[in-house]
Every structure is written in structure tokens, then in C-alpha cells.
Write a protein that binds this ligand. Structure first.
Ligand SMILES: [Mg+2]
Length: 427
């Protein structure tokens, strides 16, 4: 079998790739939502993989893996890897999890990342109200993650939250803002235009927190725990942007609350480096589990975090780390060091969801849960065939057995949403 084409389009605000073969089998992959700008990057790799046998996944990946990088520049490589596994599974008549070594579990636990009500403000009551709604969600989540501190609107809503200039008025990452901003975007050509706006900056809010800021964070976490009790686990996405002394103070203050993990306090989202020594200082100072890793590309770049015992939980994203086999490699490497894994996935869309289900079914016992992505815009649920209904039951997804990733874009239903320039996407 030979690869005959690689195409990329942006469906809604989701970059989707399609690899075709001379056997008539096609594979799908996708990058995180909000990365419409990746299309030329995906197509850059096309000439390197044409004519290759897609079922020799690793041999194909060796041709392109070296020209990738930390988020967002590992996304195209990751999406291609995913699509190769999809083809290999279809060619063998087997679900992708079988090709990755087979199931360790029949159902995979998820945690809530993407199912969240809009919040009015950043007071303890606002956070408690959000938890009440998420605890009642039909998915029955057993773990909920919430953004706080530099990963929330506290930065602007709390006067003098930190000793620094506000670089980003929303107090959250560019990625999150845009993902929310376009959730109701029009299909097709309208999408790119809807990505403009006055907050177009990747600058980061970062610095020493004030005592008032720290106390506010702790009060909000206490209010959330009052709602969740010991029935639903609470994980907290905190930055990036905190300094080591604040990270230690926060982690120690929260010790009595049995938080599942504190994520990305120092580095994380869109930061092209790791700072393992700083994480180690925090991790060695507290019993609260410390988590990072969503932006990291390739297993090699986790080396310092693992070998220095710098974190307790790692959160690679299959759409950024280099793909699903790469994610499994990271999970096994983490397990050798007693480090847990909770893969990131909030923006991975419904094809990414399929990839997360397959790889998570195969991970070692250090697996906790992956971050559940939703279809965005909502019409994504109409154009994807193959997902279970309902997708989530009691906080778990049953692993499905259809060949490949087991999800397909319904051609007729998808076509109206294709941008004008990509009308030949399915040809
Ligand atoms: Mg995060």
C-alpha cells in the first residue's frame, strides 16, 4: 500500500487531515481546535510521505518527526501519525488499540475539561456555582478540572492580583479565548475571519502574586471543594505564570483539601521549554500532586521531568506530543519513575477523542483519566459517524471495536461545512 495524498482543511475551527492510499483506504487525524493556521504546515510534510507504506507507521514518522517542535508546531506531525494508525487499523481490520499492544481496560475514565458553563465572575461563589453545574452534568464526571490563578479571570477580576503588568486582559490563554469566541462560528469560509479580535496576543501574565491574590485563590478552591466534597475529584489548572515560592505556598495551603493535581503552575500552555528543576523544587515541598506536560513534543523532552522526579502527574496531548504511539511511550516512561498520567485533550475534537480512547485503553496502570473534548461547533456531532450514543456513561467511555480509529466524517453531511478552497477534500 502506498500513500497517494495528504490533505488538510479547517472544519468549523478544527484542523482536520486526510491521508489517501492507492488501496482506497483513507485515514483521519486532527489538531487542537483554534489552530487554523496549521494548514500550510501540514501540507509541508506531504512530499516527504507520498509513496510510503502507511502501515509502516514508524518508518513514515522518521521522515518527518525531526521537523516538529513544542505546541503548536508538533500538531501537524501528531495529526499525521494519528491518520497513519487509522489506515493501519483499517488495513488490518483491527481497532487501533490492538496495534498499540491491545487493551489494558475495556472502558476509559475521562475528566471534565470542555463541558463547562460560562462563569459570570471570579468570586468564590462563581466558582462554587460552576462546580454545582458540572457536578450535575449528564456525563457523570468523577474528576473535574478548573482554571484558577493565572489560568482564570482572577487576574483581572481581583484588584492587585499579582505584582506585574497585565499582558492579557482575559487572564487566560489566547487559545482558550479563541476557542470560546468562535464556538458559534459560521461554517466554511467565515471561520478564519472570526478569529480576529482585540486580544490577539500570546503574551503571558506572569509574576509574584500578592497576599490578596493568593488568599483569593485559596478561598475559591475551598468553595469548590464544599460543593464537590469527596464525591468528585478536583484538579486545578493554575498557569503558566506562577513563581516557585507562590507555587509552594499554594500547594501546601491546599494539602488538607486532597486536590487531584495542580497543573502548569510554572510552565505549560504554549511555553517552548520545561523548567524541570523549578518543578522539582515545588514537587519536593508538598504532598499535593504536581502536573505539567501538555505543550511538550516527543518523549525525549520529558526526560528531565521524569528522571529528576520533578512532577507527580504528566499530561501529554496526543495532538501535540507527536501522536498516539508517542503518548504511549511517554506513559510507559513515566510509569518507570512512579509518575502518573492524565492526558490533555480539551481541544482535540471528536477525531482526537477517538485517538484518546484508543491510546488510553492501552496505557499502563499509571493511567488516571484523559481530558474529555467536545464537538465544537455543536454540528460536529452531526458529521462524525461511529461514536457511541451516549458517548460517556458514569464518567467512562466504553472502548469501541471498529477498525482503525473507528470514526468517519460523513461525506455528504460534512461537505456544506468545507471552506470553498477545500471542496475537493474528500476526492
Ligand atoms: Mg492545562
Amino acid at each position: 500500500m502506498k500513500i497517494t495524498d495528504l490533505k488538510c482543511t479547517v472544519l468549523g475551527n478544527n484542523p482536520v487531515i486526510r491521508i489517501s492510499t492507492d488501496a482506497g483506504i483513507c485515514g483521519l487525524g486532527q489538531a487542537e481546535i483554534a489552530k487554523y493556521y496549521l494548514k500550510p504546515h501540514v501540507l509541508f510534510y506531504r512530499d516527504f510521505i507520498l509513496g510510503e507504506d502507511p502501515t509502516d507507521v514508524e518508518r513514515v514518522m522518521l521522515k518527518i518527526r525531526r521537523v516538529g517542535a513544542f505546541k503548536p508546531w508538533g500538531s501537524a506531525v501528531s495529526a499525521i501519525e494519528m491518520a497513519l494508525w487509522d489506515i493501519a487499523g483499517k488495513a488490518a481490520g483491527l481497532p487501533v488499540y490492538k496495534l498499540l499492544g491491545g487493551k489494558v481496560r475495556d472502558r476509559v475514565r475521562i475528566y471534565n475539561g470542555a463541558v463547562r458553563p460560562p462563569m459570570n465572575g471570579a468570586s468564590p461563589q462563581d466558582f462554587a456555582d460552576a462546580m454545582t453545574k458540572m457536578k450535575a452534568a449528564k456525563e457523570g464526571f468523577s474528576i473535574i478540572k478548573q482554571g484558577i490563578a493565572f489560568h482564570s479571570k482572577m487576574v483581572t477580576a481581583v484588584p492587585d492580583f499579582f505584582y506585574g503588568e497585565i499582558a492579557n486582559e482575559q487572564g487566560i490563554s489566547f487559545h482558550s479565548q479563541r476557542a470560546n469566541a468562535v464556538s458559534d462560528s459560521n461554517p466554511g469560509d467565515g471561520v478564519k475571519e472570526s478569529w480576529g479580535g482585540s486580544h490577539r496576543s500570546y503574551d503571558l501574565n506572569r509574576g509574584l502574586m500578592t497576599e490578596r491574590g493568593l488568599k483569593h485563590v485559596i478561598a475559591c478552591v475551598e468553595a469548590m471543594k464544599d460543593v464537590l466534597g469527596d464525591e468528585v475529584g478536583l484538579a486545578l489548572d493554575c498557569g503558566p505564570g506562577m513563581v516557585v515560592p507562590d507555587a509552594i505556598r499554594l500547594a501546601k495551603a491546599l494539602e488538607p483539601l486532597n486536590i487531584m493535581w495542580l497543573e502548569d503552575m510554572i510552565t505549560g500552555d504554549y511555553m517552548p521549554y520545561v523548567q524541570a528543576d523549578l518543578y522539582r523544587e515545588v514537587t519536593r515541598s508538598t504532598s499535593t500532586p504536581i502536573h505539567t506536560g501538555e505543550q511538550i513534543y516527543l518523549a525525549q523532552n520529558f526526560k528531565d521531568l521524569f528522571e529528576k522526579q520533578a512532577i507527580n502527574v504528566v499530561g501529554p496531548d496526543p495532538c501535540d506530543v507527536g501522536g498516539i504511539a508517542e503518548l504511549k511511550r511517554v506513559a510507559e516512561y513515566a510509569d518507570l519513575h512512579g509518575i502518573l498520567i492524565a492526558p490533555h485533550g480539551v481541544g482535540d475534537g471528536l477525531i482526537g477523542l477517538a485517538a484518546l480512547v484508543h491510546v488510553s485503553a492501552t496505557l499502563p496502570k499509571n493511567y488516571i483519566a484523559f481530558e474529555y473534548p467536545v464537538g465544537n461547533p455543536e454540528w460536529w456531532y452531526d458529521i462524525v459517524d461511529g461514536l457511541p450514543e451516549p458517548i460517556v456513561k458514569d464518567g467512562f467511555i466504553d472502548v469501541w471495536d471498529t477498525p482503525g480509529l473507528g470514526v468517519e466524517l460523513n461525506v455528504e453531511k460534512s461537505k456544506p461545512y468545507l471552506p470553498e478552497e477545500d471542496k475537493d477534500f474528500f476526492d
